[in-house]
Design a protein around this ligand. Structure first.
Ligand code: ZN
Length: 295
């Protein structure tokens, strides 16, 4: 049972950090640091949840989690109904998460491949991006091994040259920093539990932070105002739906991003961040190592 309690403690630590992240205001000032903490906290929560279920279920074997799992086929009959249910829940959850992640990655990759093919047919290469001759104003990054930055003729008409440069820098930041890989695990979890309001909020938070990271990168080279006014124009003209698997310039709460670009907060880097990272990493390390400890 000691393994299950350790895993529960690691899980509780991760939940506390999630609650702190959802409440914090500094995350908009330091989105990159917030994303790092979100990623390790999310991983900790998953490992600890599976570990707690298996730790409780396999407790009668008095072994580490992995050694006990190897014993399971031969000694499953020794488990009572509660321990058996916990083991089944832990293994099902682990399998479910892996399969769901693989299916999500595969369906997204297929959607992107279809989209790339479509772009080969309808888009013409311009010096700064692929251009689609369509009146709707849209700009997006289609991620992948060879990312594509796409801009519509409508967006070129809508934006000034300076604004367009800032928007394209934003999209290039998505491609360069591989933001699709940051959001993918969280989006896959949302697909697993589409009715979860908390998960929907978490995914929206992650997506907004990713947009802010790209905004910051674009603002560093092109200034804050061109990107803010471009977002304002996109917003005023309505945003077209983003193709599946793409990251668009103005899909996430635009007002918060415009406000942030125009009125940047100078709040100091949170002193709690290194401590929170250390605590969560310790919880993750403990949680993961308990799988292999031979008791
Ligand atoms: Zn974006």
């Amino acid at each position: 049972m000691i393994l299950a309690w350790h895993q529960l403690a690691a899980g509780a630590t991760a939940v506390a950090v999630v609650a702190w992240l959802l409440r914090s205001r500094w995350t908009h000032t330091h989105p990159r640091a917030a994303l790092v903490l979100w990623q390790i906290t999310g991983l900790t929560l998953i490992v600890a949840t599976i570990g707690a279920l298996l730790g409780f279920g396999l407790a009668p074997f008095n072994r580490g989690l992995l050694p006990a799992l190897f014993l399971l086929p031969a000694r499953v009959g020794e488990l009572d109904v509660w321990h058996f249910a916990a083991v089944a829940a832990g293994l099902t959850l682990a399998g479910w998460l892996v399969v769901n992640q693989v299916l999500c990655l595969r369906s997204t990759a297929r959607a992107r491949a279809r989209h790339r093919l479509l772009l080969q047919l309808v888009a013409r290469p311009a010096p700064d991006a692929l251009e689609v001759d369509h009146p709707i104003a849209v700009a997006y990054c289609l991620p992948g091994r060879t990312p594509r930055i796409v801009v519509s003729a409508g967006a070129r008409r809508l934006l000034t040259d300076t604004e367009l440069d800032a928007v394209l820098a934003h999209e290039r930041a998505h491609a360069r920093e591989r933001h699709h890989l940051v959001v993918a695990p969280f989006q896959a979890l949302r697909r697993l539990l589409p009715g979860s309001a908390l998960l929907t909020r978490v995914v929206a938070t992650i997506e907004l932070l990713v947009e802010m990271c790209a905004d910051d990168r674009a603002a560093r080279t092109h200034g804050r105002e061109p990107l803010a006014s471009a977002l304002e124009r996109f917003h005023a003209h309505g945003v077209a739906g983003t193709p599946a698997g793409a990251l668009a310039v103005a899909d996430t709460p635009v007002q918060a991003r415009i406000r942030r670009l125009r009125e940047p907060q100078r709040s100091a880097f949170p002193a709690m961040w290194p401590a929170a990272c250390l605590v969560v990493l310790t919880a993750l390390g403990t949680s993961a190592s308990l799988f292999a400890v031979p008791l």
